[in-house]
Ligand binder design. Sequence first.
Ligand code: ATP
Length: 253
Amino acid sequence: MTELALELRDVRKSFGRSEIIRGANLQVPKGERFAIIGPNGAGKSTLFNLISGRFPLTSGDVLLNGESTLGLRPFEINRRGLSRSFQITNIFHRLSVYENLRCAVLWSLGYKYSFWHRLGGLKDAAERAEAVLEQIGLKRRRDVSAGLLTYAEQRALEIGITIAGGADVILLDEPTAGMSRSESDAAVELIRKVTVGKTLLMVEHDMSVVFGLADKIAVVVYGEVIACDTPTNIRANQKVQEAYLGGHAPVEA
Ligand SMILES: Nc1ncnc2c1ncn2[C@@H]1O[C@H](COP(=O)(O)OP(=O)(O)OP(=O)(O)O)[C@@H](O)[C@H]1O
């Protein structure tokens, strides 16, 4: 049987009287790259917030590596091996690129920022931060304040921060939003490289990124996963074509 990294079982979420997530089910096998697509307001970011523990579920269950995460706080879910990035960049602008990464490593190890100064010599964290720096291609920019990086570099750093703790399950929220075609092609390569052997779940609107990167695509419409399949099958799926008004299935640019 396939081992699942992540499983959503009849997940529901209401805000006040509106039910936004309406019985979502999803199975993400270990080591696969999944894209979540769907119209604006379908509930994709809300699903991410439920999976990462930012919002409590109204009902249903989320399993990470076979274990329920119900009632766990975001940092506890993070310590169990799930790390997420945000649509809005989540970096410390006044710290250098390297310091941002070291901070992310230390945080994942359970250290609070207030202990920072006493941990400067922690060899493992420093080595890990250097390795991630290399992986994301920002070695040249090591000592630059993160706030001075270009937008694309900041998004790469953000991916570095997300993977720095060594989580096996990575959630990326619109990793190429606001990028030019060439920047987004480079981001796809970076994401592919840093997620080798890991499980990836990403929300993405850019169909060339989705079709270029995803093993499977989950389509969310009105808070339900209406289809989850390979890119080829999703393109041919009648229900998906109908959900994308006008009867056109999502296609690459
Ligand atoms: N904290 C909240 N309180 C109330 N309503 C919310 C909250 N968060 C999200 N919603 C509502 O839930 C619905 C789904 O929003 P969500 O951001 O998850 O959609 P999305 O699929 O990610 O959209 P987009 O593609 O535009 O980013 C929207 O109608 C939104 O207004």
